[in-house]
Write a protein that binds this ligand. Structure first.
Ligand code: SAH
Ligand code: SF4
Length: 394
């Protein structure tokens, strides 16, 4: 979308209660965690199975925030829960709506830090792009988030909380007694927001297991895609402990170029990354790996690159997602010309791989891939530092 497109911005502030520090937040607790918490609060051992199911469903299936509404629990038990626990989500500071319907939420978490969450409506699905860290320790030279220092990992509650606050905003919690709604506005999750999810493994795993639980948010593991820059040792663990779909930020076909674009490549190179990916479909019982490939003018977009790419991934069930580079202020790259992107896609397609070109969404509100970065976060790397780390300045 060009910058002259009409911008519909609906900036609003949704006040929300901040967590009371003396109470345990139930949001983010796994079944095991919630079980322990309820027992410690005094739930009798012989009731724990039933109570856990009830509370779990109120929190994660019905989206209830007030213990008084948990009508299948006795008044005394509700009072006990209210005394010990809270059900709270990160605070939505603002919501912007793009001309194309994309919604970007700026979300404040404990400590005053901010992360971004993006909802992308499509005809056959609605995808929520969630963040796993504030900033990122990695420094991919084309990524806006990479210019922001890591502030901290998000907790499991802050990760699953992003899904829950989007369901609030979409008004999509089921109503008690109503039949299950199969056509959801929020049907898919992509871990493609800020941060490297495999560097916050335990919290991401817990949050996704909560999201997949059939008696809670109940999203199928095939509707969740985790994108990694290539943290090779955690890929097998992701298959075994989460089992969601895998996307990888591939972006280059030689180690020399990938070292500059995705510096984690200096630690785990293309060959070791491909070895880990080859094992993924079997370990996770899933089908295809998505290879993300950002199209950067004169950097990684030649016909020779396209041919090398299909050769490298030979034997891996794959889809190649071509991402036209999304520019941000001070970015050291340009987007490849459209004709170049199509020529590249054509070579990949003729080799037998699906090669969709990702339409940039929400560009007018800086919500497109790789544009996320909280404007108020002051810990910034300078452009020179990014270029130096990526080896671009020499
Ligand atoms: N840290 C993870 C997930 C977040 S990034 C990862 O790197 O995979 C989600 C996707 O957007 C990645 O493929 C990333 O490489 C890509 N991306 C980052 N900056 C971009 C930009 N400016 N334009 C287009 N895609 C970008
Ligand atoms: Fe971090 Fe991913 Fe951006 Fe790289 S592309 S800096 S890993 S968020």
């Amino acid at each position: 979308m060009s910058s002259s497109a009409p911008i519909t911005q609906d900036v609003m502030t949704i006040p929300r209660k901040l967590p009371d520090s003396d109470k345990t937040n139930l949001v983010g607790l796994t079944r095991d965690g919630m079980r322990t918490a309820l027992l410690e609060a005094g739930t009798p051992e012989k009731q724990i199975k039933m109570r856990l199911n009830q509370v779990w469903q109120w929190v994660y299936h019905w989206g209830v925030r007030d213990f008084a509404q948990m009508t299948n629990l006795s008044k005394d038990y509700r009072a006990l829960l209210a005394d010990r626990f809270e059900i709270s989500l990160p605070e939505v500071v603002s919501r912007q709506v793009s001309a194309d319907g994309t919604r970007k939420y700026l979300v404040r978490i404990a400590g005053g830090h901010e992360v971004e969450v993006v909802y992308i409506p499509e005809t056959d699905r609605g995808t929520l792009c969630i963040s796993s860290q504030v900033g990122c320790t990695l420094t991919c030279s084309f990524c806006h988030t990479g210019t922001q220092k890591l502030v901290r990992n998000l907790t499991a509650g802050e990760i699953v909380g992003q899904i829950m606050l989007a369901r609030d905003d979409l008004d999509e919690w089921p109503t008690p007694g109503a039949p299950k709604d199969e056509t959801r506005l929020l049907s898919n999750i992509v871990l493609m927001g800020m941060g490297e999810p495999l560097y916050n493994f335990d919290n991401v795993r817990d949050a996704m297991n909560i999201a997949m639980d059939g008696e809670g948010i109940a999203l199928s593991r095939r509707r969740i895609t985790l994108s990694t820059s290539g943290v090779v040792p955690e890929i097998a663990r992701c298959a075994e402990e989460i089992g969601c779909l895998m996307a990888v930020s591939f972006h280059a076909t030689t180690d020399a170029v990938r070292d500059k674009l995705v510096p984690i490549n200096k630690r785990w190179n293309i060959e070791s990354l491909l070895d880990a990916l080859r094992a993924y479909p079997r370990l996770s019982n899933s089908e295809r790996i998505t290879f993300e490939y950002v199209m950067l003018k004169d950097v990684n977009d030649s016909d020779a690159d396209a041919r090398r790419l299909v050769k490298l991934i030979q034997g891996i069930p794959a889809k190649i997602n071509l991402i036209p580079f999304n520019e941000w202020p001070g970015a050291p790259y340009e987007r490849s010309d459209w004709s170049r992107i199509e020529a590249f896609a054509d070579i990949v397609h003729k080799a037998g791989y699906a090669s969709p070109i990702r339409t940039p969404r929400g560009e007018d509100i800086m919500a497109a891939c790789g544009q996320l970065k909280s404007a108020t976060e002051r810990a910034r790397k300078s452009r020179r530092a990014i270029e130096a780390e990526a080896g671009l300045s020499s």
